[in-house]
Design a protein around this ligand. Structure first.
Ligand code: NAD
Length: 371
């Protein structure tokens, strides 16, 4: 693969920012003459927002945290103080639509339970804001379509929080797999799972939309799609859930699913809420590329077997981690007028397959995804 085509595969991440015509930087840390930074409001101050996303604004070039949205006044006070967010830029959910009147907020980052993603994406778009929405994009294809339509109508960007697309090992795996480094891909295996703790919204279907597939199995599915660059034409799934386990009263536990792609590649995938997995392997005619672990917050490891030799591949530490890379990508898209490499359509594509996986498992048959 040539360097020229690498950008095509990676979707132009890190393209230089065009700053013309954007007006001057605003308050909240953008000094005179400093480049315009996109202001984010983080919606939902739970684990992922407060432990991973908010601390990483410090590692961003084009993004800054300017507002907080939470139903808990104590959290608004705690994180507002910690991040220097003035009271005028702290919102409750009831207040949310008032973000429309705050010009410091360019984009919202929705980090709420899955079934709230659609409502807050649509309200944010109607308030004139760009949207970063966590995975899974929503709990149904219909919701995904409504979110895409709302953002399009408002003329605002919609991006899904598929952070692995901004992580160097996963980017290299995509480049190598699609570039035929171990020969044309024949098979992909992908496994994601963890033993889930009881008593949380992930186990409550009205909030989660589903079980392990929605939460962690989506990483296996998304990897199978990004490693092949293809959309599956059929899916066969098998589910196993102990309904007497109080964790699994409303959502599924384990799912295995096989995807068949137009080129003939088969992906064999695992999703689990009762066993730990994090990896994938791309098998070509001349060897394989393995990532184990593949999609954690840190610590990816790659092994390649080619021409009967097995070697670890170690990359230098990136200048920007996957969280900052993801935040800055949407910011660059806003600043440059370009489209995210993981737009709403990417979240919709996963939900379309997840719905087919559920149907296949429930009906005990292969489900076609063509057309
Ligand atoms: P969490 O439970 O820690 O946080 C959810 C937040 O939503 C809490 O602050 C909670 O108070 C708030 N909330 C608002 N309305 C609620 C309601 N009706 N019921 C329950 N909570 C409500 O969850 P999390 O782990 O931060 O996950 C949030 C989202 O982020 C999910 O969509 C999840 O899939 C996603 N996520 C993504 C990654 C990733 O690596 N990309 C990692 C973790 C979570």
């Amino acid at each position: 693969m040539t360097i020229g085509s690498r950008r095509d595969v990676l979707g132009g991440i890190g393209a230089g920012v065009v700053l013309a015509g954007l007006g001057s930087g605003r308050a909240l840390g953008a000094g005179v003459g400093s480049p315009r930074k996109i202001g984010y409001a983080v919606v939902g101050l739970g684990y992922y927002a407060t432990r991973q996303i908010m601390p990483n604004f410090a590692n961003c070039e084009h993004s800054r945290l300017v507002a907080l949205v939470s139903g808990t006044p104590a959290k608004l006070e705690q994180y507002g103080t910690e991040y220097g967010i003035p009271k005028t830029h702290r919102y409750s959910y009831a207040d949310f639509d008032r973000i429309r009147d705050n010009p410091d907020i360019d984009a919202v980052y929705i980090v709420l339970p899955n079934s709230l993603h659609a409502e807050y994406t649509i309200r944010a778009a109607q308030a004139g804001k760009h949207v970063m929405c966590e995975k899974p994009m929503a709990t149904s294809v219909a919701e995904c379509r409504a979110m895409i339509a709302a953002c399009r109508k408002a003329g605002r960007k919609l991006m899904i929080g598929y952070r692995s697309r901004f992580e160097p090992y996963n980017r290299l795996a995509i480049e190598l797999a699609r570039g035929g480094h171990v020969g044309p891909t024949q098979l992909v295996t992908a496994e994601h799972g963890f033993p889930i703790q009881p008593n949380q919204w992930r186990l409550d279907k009205p909030l989660s939309g589903g079980g392990s597939m929605m939460d962690i199995g989506i990483y296996s599915l998304n990897a199978a799609r990004y490693l092949t660059g293809e959309e599956p034409v059929s899916v066969s799934a098998v589910e196993s859930t102990d309904r007497s386990d109080p964790r699994f009263r409303t959502v599924e536990d384990r799912v295995t699913f096989a995807l068949r792609f137009p080129s003939g590649v088969i992906a064999n995938c695992i999703s689990s809420y009762s066993s730990a997995h994090n990896g994938y392997r791309v098998v070509g005619t001349k060897g394989w590329i393995e990532m184990e672990p593949a999609t954690p917050y840190v610590g990816q490891a790659m092994t390649i077997r080619k021409d009967n030799q097995t070697q670890s591949r170690v990359l230098p530490a990136p200048a920007k981690n996957q969280f900052a890379g993801q935040l800055d990508h949407l910011a660059e898209c806003v600043l440059n007028g370009t489209d995210p490499i993981v737009p709403g359509e990417e979240g919709l594509a996963d939900l379309r397959v997840i719905e087919a996986i559920y149907r296949s498992a429930a009906e005990g048959r292969q489900v076609s995804l063509s057309a």
